[in-house]
Design a protein around this ligand. Sequence first.
Ligand SMILES: *[C@@H]1O[C@H](CO)[C@@H](O)[C@H](O)[C@H]1NC(C)=O
Ligand SMILES: *[C@@H]1O[C@H](CO)[C@@H](O)[C@H](O)[C@H]1NC(C)=O
Ligand SMILES: *[C@@H]1O[C@H](CO)[C@@H](O)[C@H](O)[C@H]1NC(C)=O
Length: 461
Amino acid sequence: MRLITRLIPRLVRSRRRISFVSSTSILISLIIILFVINHNQESKVSLNKPVKTHVKQLVLSHNVTTLFQKTIPIPKKITWPLDEQGRSLKTDFLVLDWTGFFGAAAGEGERVQCPSSNAMFTWTRQQNRIDDIDFIISHDAGAGSSIPFDRLSLNKDRQQYTMAFIIESEVHSSTGDAWARFNFKMTYNLDDSYPEPATYFDMNPFIIDLLKPPVVPFESKDKQADVVWIISNCHAHNGRELFVQQLMLELKVDSYGGCLNNRQGYGARMVDNFAAYKNYKFVIAIENSNCQDYVSEKLILAVSSGSIPIVAGFNGRPDYRRYMPEHSYINVFDYSSIKELANDLKRIGSNKTLYESYLWYKKHDNDISKLREMPLNEKLKHLADTIGSNTTMMIDGIAAKEKSENKVCKLIRFVRQTPWQEISAHKKTARADSSIACLPGRCIMNYFDSPQKKTSTTIRS
Ligand SMILES: *[C@@H]1O[C@H](CO)[C@@H](O)[C@H](O)[C@H]1NC(C)=O
Ligand SMILES: *[C@@H]1O[C@H](CO)[C@@H](O)[C@H](O)[C@H]1NC(C)=O
Ligand SMILES: *[C@@H]1O[C@H](CO)[C@@H](O)[C@H](O)[C@H]1NC(C)=O
């Protein structure tokens, strides 16, 4: 339009040279051309109204093929089919990522397959599509408090669910009633999660890591020190660095990380940790806080290196028997003093027979390369056969609860197997506060400083 207003005075000024008829016809054709262009643009936008933002992206990126591929699969007519029992018959779900995950987010229109239920889902970040979505996913419950829960339906016509998840400890993430608004609460807590936990463990590689032979044999382990520690958070809630400092007075501990560093050669990256861990007899794998079931990649990495993990679990916070075979780790809370612990580490580290007794579950007839190819349920059978019925804690613990698939796929499998009425009736609960789920701050040193510790109910490994 600005073009026309600029053109009109110019045409009027040149009226002496151009006849009135010809200038009028030029003006009329210009108006027609501009109208057609403008109308085309508008109709293009209105055709794609539900995906308006994509049109903008499309114009910006000129990447027409991929963007159309991403936007086309979104179902036009939403149906909510159920079987007679009220279980979802959908095979294509729409999932809204409400919060993103540590600055990263699901890709708009990204499709994910869920082989366990022969279904798939599409990610969206468009909060205005709330009437079409099947699940809203929130990282941490506090961050999802802006979700319009009242606008969601859970009835025979439409089943919309909310889920909040977290894999940080109660000390470092939200607890309390914010969690009781969500249909599904997925945390690392094996019992408190519904329908399944979201843990650090992928059981497929973890079972292989447990059953495979030690990466470095006893004779080739580091000669300077038996124990390694690589940590960058030097102010952990449980005060583990104070404990390691005292342990260092009793025996040699090589620390490559940012805390109490006394040796160089490995960085703090995970691959470096593995490279260092495998050369030592013991790996300190103590978490930053002592909470129910809070066991992170620290243990997983120690296990994959084939060295014996040194852990800290007291009064079920956490209970390592739910994650490991018995007699496969050293629990610092099994000792009444740091000196006693250090002497036991020296004793175990200097006797090959004794040391290898902590790796007893690696002696079996399974062919590891065949095991790798097996589906998870087969792997689990072999694990149970190998570690025996004396380690039911682990079989009933992480091995039973972690299905090692995408969190949304866990939900899809569940809603396709469970009547919506049952899910709707499930009592939503708060997440226990850190004062209940976790031991108090500085708990490791409090334990060793306390004269009563010998009467306490420690978990023996
Ligand atoms: C279009 O986007 C895809 C990924 O989204 C990328 O692989 C491809 O190179 C892009 N093509 C062009 C021409 O930018
Ligand atoms: C578990 O059972 C196996 C096989 O029966 C046995 O060798 C091992 O010593 C047992 N472990 C413990 C901790 O009892
Ligand atoms: C080494 O440990 C084994 C198993 O505990 C034990 O039988 C043996 O006596 C120990 N050897 C020495 C030299 O202490």
